[in-house]
Write a new protein. Structure first.
Length: 294
């Protein structure tokens, strides 16, 4: 009985220490989440505004003029035989199924592209995605671990620079980005966003706005399209960073709550054992006293 009590005390101390760690990680993730969420909120309106401007400027004639707007033919019809997938994961774990869902979405997209006849170049950002695909023996076109949970516009520009060059040279048929979409702290689904070709939104009205443009739409689009592509990648990076912190906070809160339940069960078992031990000792004392009196 004494040995069992020592084991229970040891387990109680172990769970208490684990709960302190998970609680601390939850608080750290909560602090980082607020800053990451602010970056997401700041990036979205800018991206949407650029998208609407491009949608207003693009005409069928301009669509054929700019390579970033052209839709290449499929490989079976003489189009480019390569396509690119940019996967963004985290460098650290302890965030539930966050990275697993991103990797699963990337593998699904790769299978779809390979089924269409493409040879897929996989570009990975984050240790979790890099580690998994290297374990599977897949060759990576790019592996970056320097982005972390504080992405910048420079990170996005360096990631997409060569992809834009290859797409303009008709070496790539498409560029997709697999990232987390930050909806709330508890909802960060994995999504696949088409980066290239640039998909313009339909006009809200059939009547074209009567703009006076200086310089002309060609000069504006020449500068705006690469900027839009870089901004889409940046937005994917910041949303993934926010999603990572949201997922980690949720996972650590669940772990802390579960540790509390385990502690309650262990303390109950310990108290029952102590009560049984005390009862046994009292019985032995009473029995010994009765034997001496007899």
């Amino acid at each position: 009985m004494a040995n069992l009590s020592r084991q229970l005390r040891g387990r109680i101390r172990s769970v208490q220490n684990t709960r302190k760690i998970t609680r601390t990680m939850e608080l750290v993730a909560t602090s980082k989440l607020k800053r990451a969420q602010d970056r997401v909120v700041a990036a979205r309106p800018y991206s949407e505004a650029i998208r609407e401007i491009i949608g207003d400027l693009v005409t069928p004639e301009l669509r054929t003029q700019f390579p970033l707007l052209r839709q290449p033919a499929l490989p079976a019809k003489g189009g480019p035989t390569r396509a690119a997938v940019l996967l963004v994961t985290s460098n650290r774990g302890m965030c539930g199924a966050f990275n697993s869902n991103l990797i699963k979405e990337a593998r699904r997209r790769i299978e779809d592209l390979e089924g269409a006849g493409y040879t897929v170049d996989l570009h990975c950002v984050g240790k979790k995605g890099i580690g998994l695909f290297k374990y599977l023996g897949r060759k990576l076109a790019t592996d970056r671990i320097d982005v972390g949970d504080k992405p910048t516009a420079e990170h996005a520009a360096s990631l997409v620079k060569q992809l834009v060059v290859d797409y303009e040279a008709a070496k790539l048929g498409s560029v997709d980005m697999v990232h987390a979409k930050f909806q709330s702290a508890i909802s960060t689904p994995a999504v696949c966003t088409r980066i290239l070709p640039v998909e313009t939104p339909p006009r809200k009205t059939k009547v074209r706005a009567d703009y006076i443009l200086a310089p002309g739409p060609e000069a504006i689009l020449e500068n705006l399209l690469p900027l839009y592509v870089r901004n889409m990648v940046y937005r994917g990076l910041v949303e993934t960073a926010a999603g990572e912190n949201g997922a980690r906070r949720t996972a650590m809160k669940n772990a802390t709550d579960n540790a509390g339940e385990v502690l309650q069960d262990l303390r109950t078992a310990y108290n029952k054992g102590r009560q049984a031990q005390i009862t046994q000792e009292i019985s032995e004392i009473v029995g010994g006293a009765a034997a001496l009196e007899g």
